[in-house]
Write a protein that binds this ligand. Structure first.
Ligand code: X8Z
Ligand code: ZN
Length: 607
């Protein structure tokens, strides 16, 4: 979720300090002192602490009960958050260049990484559009026959994508969902203009540059780092893509899946072709296939959403982390309500920056959601661990770390872990490794170029390189170039396919997930070593290792208090995010894929 950097009840002292700081802004003295800078920082922290709770409550209610009223309230508080952050950012500039202690200098820097709209009308407009876009995505539905009683929500359409093997049905669900975003394209276009204005007021070239500035390095350096990491993992993706194409051709035939060029996007088992785990049955090896599927086990046992969440909690407590607070269970939204509109896209919240942590997720009894709930609790345990930090440091080391924690834990859900839980009765076949690795790769490796291209698109949109009439054209150019995936039907004017992805509509940056997908393997490798594990990386589970848990907890407790490179160094001994651990994890699969591709290609040629 997008967290306003704010929180806790105010004191009179705090309010008077704000007044002092604001006055100082109105009539700036020649040169501020270090003491003034420190006073400004504590006043700002107090102000944010004071305002945080109501802002987040308004957002929580807005996402949990989508109505015109809650949207208006979320927008009202959104404007307040923007105002506080903008005022603080602008005021912070005055202290740039002072010789401050590291913590204070870092806080001043973090304060300035935001947008600032000085015109209250524009601020309200921006916050209003943000609330409209998030609500519009949340309540979008596809009504195939046009009749209101036949409407399908995203969850149902995703299920069709995941389970149907009928290309016509897949195409209908795919296009049905993608056409929903047309309705809020203009709002998004106007929102981008306002957002850029806000970024420029703070001295950034545009909002994309602001986003790329949040990684303790220059924005252009961050863009270069992303490209470096992508080049590192690209050969593995290409092997997986080639293999997947050959298998999809066997399933759907040469008329649906071309021998070369991009593959139509509706065939990958996922609405955005970002995670291919659901087509594993079409791709599984002839021998050495992993046959275990958690989904039917969960259904058969009637495992509830709460129980699935408790399994995830148990993983974290096995590492020595605390049990979730009682209010987590009474205040979270774990299942899709039948009688109201909610934003189903999973998110983790801290309402008071202390123990009032919650999840909002429409959990289904599937292996996919079993992983997602572990992902979400990664956010929750991060929030609980950094609650002792000053408010400006209550964040991930960078946003990629926040996304990586739960996934790191989920990498330990190996067959032996599932056996320990009693989900699997037989030991896996001794040669089932490749099948298991393929399953993981269909989620983790398939995802990489998707994650990269989402923000490549947005960086260009925010930079004004892509005009609204070319949104779809560029979106699909990037998807073809990086993912090797094509639009399954011709584009039509007014389309907004990017907007059919939650993070675009809700304006959540996406590079974080790319980082997280490399970082989680680095963390996994280091935590496995800490746990004393010696075998191949993909068979390691840190379940039950208090030693690994302590190492992870130390990282979480640091929050954003240090540049992320330092946090990573402490946790792994490495100081850059890198694909080498991911490549090590999948090395046996890469060899196998390349061999399969050689064999399958020679069969194709003979045909
Ligand atoms: O949005 C999410 C999480 C919430 S932060 C469920 N993810 C990305 C997505 O769904 O597109 C997790 C992986 C990528
Ligand atoms: Zn997340």
């Amino acid at each position: 979720m997008k967290l306003p950097r704010l929180s806790r009840p105010a004191t009179l002292f705090a309010l008077s300090a704000i007044a002092a700081a604001t006055n100082a802004l109105a009539a700036p003295k020649a040169k501020p002192t270090v003491a003034e800078a420190e006073k400004f920082i504590s006043a700002t922290e107090a102000r944010f602490a004071n305002e945080y709770e109501n802002i987040v409550r308004a957002q929580w209610i807005g996402a949990n009960f989508i109505t015109d009223d809650t949207e208006a309230i979320a927008a009202y508080f959104g404007e307040k958050a923007l105002n506080s952050q903008g005022e603080a950012a602008l005021a912070a500039r005055r202290y740039n260049g002072l010789k401050l202690k590291d913590d204070a200098a870092r806080k001043l820097k973090l304060l300035q990484l935001t947008l600032m709209l000085s015109d209250p009308k524009e601020r309200a407009d921006y916050a209003g559009k943000q609330a409209i876009l998030s609500g519009a995505y949340g309540k979008a539905k596809y009504c195939p026959s046009g009749a209101q009683d036949s409407c399908l929500a995203l969850g149902e359409l995703e299920k069709i994508l995941a389970t149907s093997r009928d290309p016509a049905k897949l195409l209908d669900a795919w296009t049905g969902w993608h056409q929903q975003a047309r309705g809020y394209k203009q709002t998004y276009v106007d929102y981008v203009t306002l957002s850029n204005k806000g970024a420029r007021e703070m001295g950034f070239a545009d909002t994309g540059a602001l986003w790329r500035s949040q990684y303790d390095m220059k924005p252009e350096q961050f863009a270069a780092e992303m490209e470096r990491m992508w080049q590192q993992v690209k050969p593995l993706y290409e092997s997986l893509h080639t293999y997947t194409r050959l298998k999809l051709r066997q399933t759907y035939g040469a008329a649906v899946v071309p021998a070369s060029g991009p593959v139509p996007a509706h065939l990958f088992g996922n609405m955005w072709s970002q995670d291919w785990q659901h087509i594993y049955p079409l791709l599984k090896p002839v021998t050495g296939a992993s046959s275990f599927d958690l989904s039917p086990v969960l259904v058969e046992r009637n495992t509830s959403a709460k129980e699935m969440t408790q399994y995830a909690e148990r993983f974290y407590t096995s590492l020595g982390m605390p049990k979730l607070p009682a209010t987590f269970w009474t205040r979270s939204l774990l299942t899709k309500p039948a009688d109201r509109e909610v934003v189903c896209h999973a998110s983790a919240w801290s309402l008071d920056r202390l123990d009032d942590v919650r999840i909002k997720m429409c959990i289904r009894p599937t292996a996919e959601d079993f992983k997602v709930i572990h992902h979400e609790l990664g956010h929750t345990y991060y929030q609980l661990a950094y609650k002792q930090q000053p408010i400006l440091f209550q964040n991930g080391a960078n946003d990629g770390f926040h996304e990586a924690i739960g996934d790191t834990v989920a990498l330990s859900m190996t067959p032996s872990y599932y056996r320990q839980l009693g989900f699997m009765d037989k030991a896996p076949e001794p040669n089932a490794d490749i099948g298991e690795l393929l399953q993981v790769a269909l989620s983790k490796v398939a995802f990489l170029p998707f994650a990269y291209s989402v923000d490549k698109w947005r960086w260009d949109v925010y930079a004004g390189k892509v005009k609204p009439e070319d949104y779809d054209k560029t979106w699909w150019q990037l998807r073809e170039q990086y993912m090797g995936v094509s639009r399954p039907a011709p584009m039509t004017a007014g389309g907004f396919d990017a907007g059919a992805k939650y993070h675009v509509a809700a304006d959540v940056p996406y590079a974080r997930y790319f980082l997280a997908h490399l970082l989680q393997f680095q963390l996994h490798r280091s935590l496995c070593a800490e746990a004393g594990y010696k075998g191949p990386l993909h068979q390691c589970s840190i379940y039950g290792s208090q030693k690994a848990g302590a190492k992870l907890q130390a990282l979480l407790e640091m929050g954003a208090s240090k540049p992320w490179q330092e946090a990573l160094k402490a946790a792994t001994g490495e100081d850059r995010i890198d694909g080498s651990a991911l490549l090590e994890y999948f090395a046996p699969l890469k060899t196998w894929l390349d061999e399969q591709n050689r064999q399958l290609a020679s069969v194709e040629v003979k045909k």
